[in-house]
Design a protein around this ligand. Structure first.
Ligand SMILES: *Cc1c(COP(=O)(O)O)cnc(C)c1O
Length: 416
């Protein structure tokens, strides 16, 4: 049973069209093996289709009391409603439903509990000065969730139709979003395999749902620069692995290293990779480093390349695009390239580190003060009495003015 299931999974995987795939026939003959990430894309038209016109809405009869904005804690409270869609291998996506926020009821043998058939997204909706709701770059999150889902043999879906439905949920629960600047509605799309089976194989049924949590500013009293522990004893992601996807299975194993870093007084892990100690990401954020070239003095903004070990952050992409558009004309170089912890430490020693910051949906931008590495503290360019560098501040301002609709920009999608 087990064998036949995994065999069929394997054979269906091998038929996926793949991007950046080395010629499989020559793999065995190559002296140097090239790892690659599988980007599965196996949905047939029929199974992918979501029909937003079939949406049913059941409103709650017991609306929750709204918390005072200042009492909101990230991810602790949820709105009145949720959006759900069920999928079966025989019928594809069934009619979407918005219902009161409620518990799921699943058989203890459901495959998600045993084999981690779960992937998620993190995105935000904002209220602009006219009271309209806006979602930031939702197409990116849909593309990423499809990529994650397909990699664990869960069904793909039509991202635009799903954005439409998310808009309906946001609109229905929009009174949960405080109007004050800095507040937003964190949206958590999740997809799980729901087949009741201990067999290891592609789930024959799935559930796609969205819950929403009103959140306050990540730094309510202004930026607080964090300190990191360069982590070399545990590895978050590796070539040919799945670290470039938001699979639930990637996150639980990071908590113990995070607790260990915290016990030594550091906020987050700085995940290193390989003998070379390449800098990859920080906690669940991408990392940017701004340094000066030792010879020319040219300023360079660096982040790790998307080589399969890096989560393709929407905020990362936004920082890169804005930097190319607005910093390059001012003489900056913008690089997606590999760089090592030794390289950063050397730059710090030579006083060439301008600033370091993380990027992610929750905080948008998170400045870094120092990094513990091999028993030393690498200082990241911030004077003692300063919590944020100029580029980090500029990026946060540029991104937020788009998110809150202060300026018109294609990245901000108004919920109609
Ligand atoms: C979600 C996530 C990020 C940030 O992605 P955004 O789309 O910018 O929120 C970075 N790294 C990891 C490991 C993540 O899970």
């Amino acid at each position: 049973m087990l064998q036949s299931c995994s065999k069929s999974l394997f054979s269906s995987l091998s038929t996926f069209p793949q991007r950046s795939t080395p010629a499989l026939t020559s793999l065995g003959a190559q002296r140097c093996r090239r790892w690659y990430s599988i980007h599965a894309d196996h949905a047939t038209e029929r199974l992918l289709e979501i029909d937003p016109t079939r949406l049913s809405i059941t409103k709650t009869t017991t609306p929750k009391e709204l918390l005072a904005p200042k009492d909101l804690i990230f991810g602790h409270t949820f709105t009145d409603h949720m959006l759900s869609l069920e999928w079966t291998a025989s019928d594809g996506w069934l009619a979407p439903r918005i219902t009161p926020y409620q518990n799921l009821s699943l058989d203890p043998a459901t495959c998600v509990f045993h084999y981690a058939f779960t992937a998620f997204e993190g995105m935000k909706a904002y209220k602009d000065s006219k009271g309209q709701c806006r979602i930031f770059r939702p197409d990116r999150n849909m593309r990423r969730l499809n990529k994650s889902a397909a990699r664990i043999a869960l069904p793909a879906f039509d991202g635009n139709a799903f954005i439409d439905l998310i808009g309906k949920l946001v609109k229905l629960d929009n009174h949960f979003i405080p109007s004050e600047r800095g507040y937003s509605l964190y949206l958590r799309p999740t997809i799980i395999g729901t087949q009741r089976t201990l067999g290891v194989g592609p789930p024959g049924s799935a559930l796609l749902y969205v819950i929403a949590s009103p959140v306050g500013p990540y730094y309510p009293t202004g930026f607080k620069a964090v300190s990191l522990e360069a982590t070399d004893y545990a590895v978050r992601a590796w070539p040919g692995g799945v670290g470039d996807m938001k699979l639930g299975a990637n996150y639980a194993p990071c908590i113990v290293p995070q607790m260990q870093a915290a016990s030594r007084g550091f906020h987050q892990n700085l995940w290193l990779f390989g003998e070379e100690e390449y800098i990859t990401e920080v906690g669940t954020m991408n990392l940017f480093v701004a340094v000066k070239d030792p010879q020319t003095g040219e300023k360079e903004l660096i982040t790790a390349p998307l080589d399969g070990t890096i989560l393709e952050g929407v905020t990362r992409d936004s920082v890169l695009e804005l930097a190319r558009e607005r910093l390059v004309p001012k003489g900056w170089k913008v690089s997606e390239r590999k760089y090592t912890m030794a390289e950063l430490a050397k730059a710090a020693e030579e006083d060439r580190v301008l600033e370091v910051f993380g990027s992610g949906t929750a905080a948008v931008i998170s400045p870094v003060r120092k990094i513990s590495w091999k028993g030393n503290l690498v200082q990241c360019g911030l004077p003692d009495d300063v919590e944020v560098g100029p580029i980090a501040q500029q990026m946060k301002d540029w991104i937020e003015e788009i998110q809150y609709g202060d300026i018109d920009h294609p990245w901000s999608v108004v919920v109609s």
